[in-house]
Design a protein around this ligand. Sequence first.
Ligand code: NCD
Length: 312
Amino acid sequence: MDINGIKGRSLIEPDDLSLGELDALFLLAEKIEKDKRFLGESCRGLLLATLFFEPSTRTRLSFEAAMLRLGGNFLGFADPGSSSAFKGESLADTIRMAASYADIIVLRSPKEGAALLAKNFSPVPVINAGDGGHHHPTQTLTDLLTIKRLLGKIENITIGFCGDLKFGRTVHSLAKVLTRYKNINMIFISPKELVLPDYIKNILVKNNIEFTEKESLEEEIPCLDVLYMTRVQRERFFNEDDYIRLKDIYVLNTERLQAGKEKLIILHPLPRVNEISVEIDNDPRAAYFKQAKYGMYIRMALLSSILGVAKC
Ligand code: NCD
């Protein structure tokens, strides 16, 4: 499978890409990792619009860095207060405008379904950089590439997702895509208030995925190959008291990590708040900063493939 079929397409949900296309993107990202100039100035003269209606550090900066490293350029906003949305402009109109200036759009919105709506109004490809508590497909590409690079495979693994599984869009996207890989055992560790939404559980059931829901991180750590930590998503809570009660429910520290396998990898989409103690950062199993770096390589692979300038 090559990457030519990705040209001109939008990415709204992780399932928009076939397994073969995912493999081709991983291969391209690995080539870029070895030689950041592999694709040279292939995006010269092309423009990316980054429209961020929600805060972001890694996603926006890695997209912008990716476009600049490919020789292209970007325009956009990181603060919706500085865009005409603040004056009441509809998303559809904002997207039509951005599409008339840029060749590709990356959109982050607090509203579920916003990326799909944008795609329907956009004559240029749209990449979903997070739509509310729904999906975040380019984080999933980052997560899969990290697992592949660090464990050498994306099959026969036990992955524990821990934290806010209700609102954590990165968990929803990764769990959904992992149903397509062989022999993945998923353990969802959360308090009862923050369990995985039913629509994701239904997808797992439909695909005959072995999964369990637990509350204790300590009890599950010993059997994990991948531990995917997440922060409690304060901005999606209706009630600040509930957030305060739940925010520090899981804190991974040296003592708790002792029971983990030697080859365990600890992932986190970041930003981290308190859920991983900084003392873990020097543990060889801590992979979250490497993961953020892979995010730029996979976004370089994705942008060049959608813009039709990638080579294998
Ligand atoms: C995540 C997000 O925005 O969903 N961050 C990211 O893109 N790396 C996770 C989070 O904000 O907790």
